[in-house]
Design a binder for this molecule. Sequence first.
Ligand code: F0G
Length: 366
Amino acid sequence: AHQWRGVIREYADRLPVTEQTRVITLGEGGTPLVHAPALSAHTGNEVYLKVEGMNPTGSFKDRGMTMAITAAVEAGAKAVVCASTGNTSASAAAYAAQAGLTCAVLVPDGKISMGKLSQAIAHGAELLQVDGNFDNCLEVARKLSENYPVFLVNSVNPARIEGQKTGSFEVVDFLGDAPDYHLLPVGNAGNITAYWKGYKEYAAPYQSSTAGELPAVATRTPTLWGFQAEGASPIVKGYPVTEPETIATAIRIGNPASWEQAEAARDESGGLIDSVTDEEILAAHRWLSSKEGVFVEPASAAGVAGLLKYHAAGEAPQDKTIVITVTGHGLKDPQWALKNADGDDVQPTKVPFDVVSVAAALGLEA
Ligand code: F0G
């Protein structure tokens, strides 16, 4: 039986690799595009979720990291570094472990989820909690890579964008063409940059470095809608946010590295970048788990929150095909599921060891 071989081998003719490249892979990509019946019925569209929590370390970062760590090995690096709100560090640590590289991760003190922290530690990363936010961490990581023998694997590294553009390829390969709209969360803005690059490359003849000219796969590109968290929405505001705040810690970023590329993706696609509140993010997070059966971490629900917000305002598309990337797994940051809509802790109902009491607690009658 055919097993998915990871994004580098599946899309080798569209990535900067050669036959000699030693591919570092955990089998990332090939994630399900799940039809979302409740969102489709509610908004009057065909809505699909690109479930990136199904990647090996539980987020979309693995698509970029297979390329970045492969490039680091190819460049002869012995050590890699990244700044992270958690998912990038988890991914970098895992791929570096396979490659036998030292991995240093800089994370904002106290603002990353337990799940992500435990991954970085399990994979043997040098974990440094920086007294500052993500933007400060990235500044230090960049300077470190410029002045010391360490290879930067944040999405400012073009290899990361190359790997992540495969998300678009998979959507088109599955649907048969690009969707009308593609919605996603925006943090450091690497992913919206990568999706747009992928969609453009699939909608035009492509000059492959290994396979000559490849014909266009898609007839069109989608309109991109990106969503930041309101307390961390520099692109929406038009200026950097020095103290970003949101419960969606993955996208708690005040000065995105790929800001200009994100604006280009927005403008060239005729799309928008807007913000959603923490309440809207948590409501979308609950919608996904309770109505669609898809458990994501809060930041991952920002695209769905955006669709619900525009639908409520009567400004959502109608009768369109809409793909929404949900970026990371719910088990990364499970504490939010243990609170109800009022923010109170949900307590399990305690019952004695007896079937009549269990049936009564469930409201069942014989
Ligand atoms: N969703 C999740 C779950 C993320 O972890 C991130 C970014 C994003 C969305 C935003 O993607 O930065 O490409 O716009 N996390 C980075 C990290 C910053 O360090 O893990 P982006």
